[in-house]
Write a protein that binds this ligand. Structure first.
Ligand code: GLN
Length: 546
């Protein structure tokens, strides 16, 4: 019978509940179990697709085209199984489903209420689309006590009652703040948070306590006593200097064993953690260093570039190279003199321009892209980074001074424009200027045909066709792309119908590649993405010449 683990958080937000959940999932998986990971976010947006990266961090895109919370990125990176559309839900989607059913008369004249109708809908999500998993982990967004989260807690309480407490485990993540003047860790906030959870009828079975330092046995016993659990179930999650150390730390603290103990499952044999041990041994012994500039739009909140940051790090791990990233806000380049730009990129061995939306910073990205192209600095453009690279090339190579994207201005030669038609699984997708913005982009995995003999084909090991995840509304004009081909560029990747340019390269350049998709979502610490790896390899080559 499938075992359910519900992960809640308390005391403060931003404790890394998603990371903790992913690490727990990976530990169970390392013991040979089939694990599924899911996220319930109580907020009212239907999905995070329309939220600003400053509000919510990165929007993670699944293979099947859902725009989801960035925690699903942690899950995929730690479990290495693709998450599905059905692995994340928001409060908004739950209410939407309930109200849709009400309009369709499905409640047969009943007064529609929070309990049972909304809680039933949450339980439907919990039960839906499972395929014989040994463990399903459900992370509940927000912190205990949030008004929006109340019905989610009520639903998981009911669910545990329905399927039997022996099949459900409640794990609560808290913080033990250290007060330097008192010289001690404080347990009171954890006690309060557990009390609040108990008020909802949920008794946590395991407490995972974030802390800067180890806890004394007497403090552990005190938490156990006040929180109504055994001291062995108070697990300390020490601050880690690398997220990839977390599964190993949790294992040392006995977390996976306590979970199995709760479910009365065998605790032998030990998990195979060699995957993480190998990563850590590289991280502890870097052999090389390179400097990469990321010219972005949301660099003051690095959560906005979560998968990108990880993918760069993964490529470094594959090459035993510590990658030092300089995060540059694109618009900060716009008022710099040529000397100041030289100075900005003086010690930089690779320039990456990531995805983004809207006009701000576009000219700065174009400045960085021109610099990389003209100075033979390895360049990697992603999504918006490909679109702006094309605008740069159109302006400076084809001489179309007012080349631009219709996303930024209507008053231009539109070398990038709104995609109004494309194919998805054999069906035509149609969009107009007036289409709703939520969930209507070209989303998820699409095939891309690679031209043999190109850099892309080499990086992907001569694969003829690849699948990568997309999230964009605008597209490079193929006619313009063909004109660029006459001037030293190559369209090395196209949609199978040949209509959409997916990858652009520059021939006489040590490493210049721009892609319409988001390769960062598929990179893993133990299996770096080939383009990121190629990019860091090229940067390493440049650094050895300087
Ligand atoms: N804003 C661009 C578009 O919608 C690029 C999107 C992105 O970088 N993800 O096409």
């Amino acid at each position: 019978m499938t075992k359910y683990i519900f992960i809640t958080g308390g005391v403060v937000s931003s404790l890394g509940k998603g990371m903790a959940s992913a690490a727990i999932g990976s530990l169970l998986q390392a013991r040979g179990y089939k694990v599924r990971m899911r996220k319930m976010d109580p907020y009212l947006n239907l999905d995070p697709g329309t939220m600003s990266p400053y509000q919510h961090g990165e929007v993670f895109v699944t293979e099947d085209g859902a725009e989801t919370d960035l925690d699903l990125g942690h899950y995929e990176r730690f479990i290495d199984n693709p998450c599905h559309k059905t692995d994340s839900i928001s409060g908004g989607r739950i209410y939407y489903n309930v109200l849709t059913k009400e309009r369709q008369g499905e409640y047969l004249g009943a007064t529609v209420q929070a309990i049972p109708h909304v809680t039933d809908e949450i339980k439907n999500f919990i039960k839906s689309d499972l395929t014989d998993e040994d463990f399903v982990l459900y992370e509940i967004g927000g912190t205990v006590g949030d008004i929006e989260g109340t019905l989610f807690l009520e639903a998981i309480r009911q669910y545990a009652n329905e399927i039997g407490k022996e099949n459900c485990l409640f794990l609560h993540l808290t913080l033990l703040p250290y007060i330097p003047t008192a010289g001690e860790l404080k347990t009171k906030p954890t006690q309060h948070s557990v009390k609040q959870l108990q008020e909802t009828g949920i008794q946590p079975n395991i407490l995972l306590c974030r802390s800067q330092m180890m806890l004394s046995e007497s403090e552990r016993s005190k938490i156990a006593l006040f929180c109504n659990i055994s001291p062995e179930d108070v697990i300390i999650a020490l601050d880690a200097d690398s997220i990839y150390k977390i599964p190993l730390q949790y294992h040392e603290e006995g977390l996976d064993e306590r979970i199995l103990h709760y479910f009365k499952m065998d605790t032998a044999p030990k998990p195979d953690l060699s995957r993480w041990e190998n990563v850590i041994s590289v991280i502890n012994n870097w052999e090389h260093h390179v400097n990469i500039a990321v010219v972005g739009k949301y660099t003051s909140l690095l959560e906005a570039y979560k998968s990108l940051n990880e993918a760069i790090c993964h490529a470094g791990i594959a090459l035993k190279t510590k990658v030092h990233i300089t995060w540059l806000e694109a618009d900060s380049l716009e008022h710099k003199t040529a000397e100041q730009i030289d100075d900005t990129f003086k010690d930089i061995h690779g320039i990456l321009v990531p995805g983004g939306f809207g006009n701000r910073g576009i000219e700065g990205k174009i400045i960085a892209e021109a610099y990389a192209r003209k100075h033979n600095i390895p360049f990697f453009g992603i999504c918006l980074g490909m679109q702006t690279a094309v605008i740069e090339a159109c302006r400076h190579v084809l001489g179309i001074a007012n080349a631009n994207s219709t996303e930024f201005t209507k008053n231009c030669t539109p070398v990038v424009a709104l995609m109004t038609e494309w194919e998805k699984d054999g069906q035509k997708q149609i969009r107009t200027e007036n289409t709703d913005v939520g969930g209507t982009m070209r989303l998820g995995a699409y095939p891309c045909c690679l031209q043999p003999g190109t850099l892309a084909s080499k990086l992907y090991n001569n694969a003829g066709m690849i699948y990568e995840r997309h999230r964009h509304r605008y597209e490079v004009n193929m006619e313009i792309a063909s004109k660029l081909e006459e001037k030293g560029f190559i369209i090395s990747g196209k949609s199978p119908d040949g209509i959409l340019p997916e990858i652009i390269e520059c021939k006489n350049h040590p490493f210049y590649i721009a892609v319409q998709f988001h390769p960062e979502f598929k990179s893993r610490a133990f299996n770096a993405h080939p383009i990121f790896k190629g990019f860091i390899q090229a940067a390493l080559q440049l650094s050895s010449l300087l």
